[in-house]
Design a protein around this ligand. Structure first.
Ligand code: BES
Ligand code: ZN
Ligand code: ZN
Length: 468
């Protein structure tokens, strides 16, 4: 399916469906109001009415806003894909083009890697018709890059854990680096030993796949800012010896979604050719069981030097991130440091499935991220740190414990665990994003279909685009 920006009327009307948005309130002034009324169409948000005789697909929206247009476009594209039309045309302007592109690309996304039979789609082209191509071209191209990067992230999240394990993740990162002219460094077991990444290595010890640390870099000349991104890349999280119950283990291939997001973001930034230097660090590890597995009661020595009492091997993401965050801070002096992780089920309890939890010390940075997320159509909410929750990580035998001693506030205590590994000078430059709920879905919502959602890619790309 191609998406093309064209001038009004530059399409072949044969076999073409015109897509129109109508706000609920505008319904009774529509030129086909009588027909629409016959069909009992009320133009409610995300409802459709097809007038085949007129080659017209009418999409209801509650009112004209980007969020509504994005969502309606994704409903429209799903319907068009099941029709016999070869093309569709949507009128765009500077107010709606981004939302329409995102709705089409993200709503029309399919993951077919493991299907041996797929339905043939007749729809070949979607034309976005406007008055003046020159005026919209830049915004159109940027929207396509960001939406495609989101699909790239979804694709890798969706790959089965036997196909995407730490070594194959490293290969995939190398391929991205080659294609997008990024620098790429891969650390294997030997190098990680040298780097004293004992916490990260302990998590991966029972896996038959070697643990890897991936570092990609996009380095334009004279960048305005330097940004480090860190991603949790648990290619599978069985829980380890603190084994997950069977039903909770299903979907844990998605525990690499933070890592997939940072790859998607660096892909977008390099294609947008932004004037900022971006580093993507990924801890690619598989958390398994076995005779050599790390265990509850173990005490690990982190790269930073702090000792960690393990009381639950399923709280493994923070152990991996402790070492990768420390490595990232030593290798790059960044203006901003962001980590993305499917870190806690507690984040979903706190915020629901749809919202990314944002944690950190800088109110200004949290505010700027919230603004970018609103613009990008992603949901984020701040989960505030406090000193009382910090005390819940106290260990009787080591410097810190990998789980809290109380059952509440688990997303924040996980964030505070990471905070322990953030250097003093970076406290106000760092934010942690818990995407446990937002990164993956088993039921379609908004522009998301079953599987990885690409959470983080759109809001971070928007934030990075806004850097002056
Ligand atoms: N990967 C999980 C968190 C998760 C749960 C992500 C559900 C997506 C959906 C993480 O490693 C984990 O297991 N966390 C534990 C922490 C607990 C042992 C303190 C959790 O959330 O239960
Ligand atoms: Zn876990
Ligand atoms: Zn995990």
């Amino acid at each position: 399916m191609n998406i093309k920006l064209i001038t009004n009327d530059a399409y072949d009307a044969k076999n073409n469906m015109i897509v129109e948005f109508i706000a609920t309130q505008e319904l009774n002034s529509h030129k086909y109001y009588k027909l629409l009324k016959k069909a009992a169409f009320t133009a409610k948000q995300d409802t459709l009415c097809t007038l085949y005789e007129k080659n017209l697909l009418i999409c209801g929206i509650e009112e004209r806003s980007s969020d509504n247009i994005r969502s309606a476009s994704s409903i429209a594209v799903k319907s068009l894909k099941t029709s016999n039309y070869k093309s569709a045309t949507i009128a765009v302007d500077k107010n709606n083009i981004k939302a329409v592109v995102e709705g089409i690309v993200l709503g029309g996304y399919e993951f077919n890697r493991y299907k041996t039979k797929t339905q043939k789609i007749k729809l070949k082209n979607i034309y976005l018709a406007c008055k003046d191509i020159a005026q919209l071209k830049k915004e159109f191209e940027e929207a396509i890059i960001i939406a495609d990067a989101t699909c790239y992230t979804r694709d890798i999240v969706n790959i089965a854990p036997d196909d995407l394990n730490p070594p194959s993740f490293a290969k995939l990162a190398k391929k991205l680096a080659r294609e997008n002219a990024l620098q790429c460094t891969i650390l294997g077991h030997k190098e990680l030993k040298k780097e004293r990444c004992e916490a990260m290595l302990a998590v991966g010890r029972a896996s038959c796949h070697d643990t890897k640390l991936l570092h990609l870099a996009y380095k334009p000349k004279n960048p305005k800012k330097i940004i480090s991104l860190v991603g949790k890349g648990l290619t599978y999280d069985s829980g380890g010896l603190s084994l997950k119950p069977a039903t909770s283990m299903v979907t844990m291939k998605m525990d690499k979604a933070g890592a997939c997001a940072v790859l998607g973001i660096i892909k977008a930034v390099s294609e947008l050719k932004l004037d900022i230097e971006v580093h993507a660090f990924v801890g690619a590890v598989e958390n398994m069981i076995g005779g050599n597995a790390y265990k509850p009661d173990d005490v690990l020595s982190s790269r930073k030097g702090d000792t960690i009492e393990v009381r639950n091997t399923d709280a493994e993401g923070r152990l991996v991130l402790a070492d990768v965050l420390d490595y990232a801070q030593e290798k790059v002096e960044a203006d901003y440091l962001f980590d993305f992780a499917t870190l806690t089920g507690a984040c979903m309890v706190a915020l629901g499935q749809y919202t990314t939890g944002v944690m950190g010390h800088s109110s200004k940075l949290k505010h700027d991220i919230s603004k970018a997320a609103n613009k990008a159509g992603e949901l984020t909410a701040s989960l505030p740190f406090n000193k009382h929750l910090k005390k819940q990580l106290k260990s009787e035998i080591a410097d810190i414990c990998n789980i809290s001693n109380k059952p509440y506030g688990g997303a924040i205590t996980a964030g505070l665990f990471l905070d322990n590994f953030i250097k003093e000078e970076n406290k106000n430059r760092w934010l942690h994003f818990d995407i446990a709920g937002s990164a993956y879905t088993e039921t379609a919502w908004d522009v998301n279909v079953h599987g990885g959602t690409g959470a983080g890619v759109r809001f971070m790309s928007e934030f990075l685009k806004s850097i002056k």
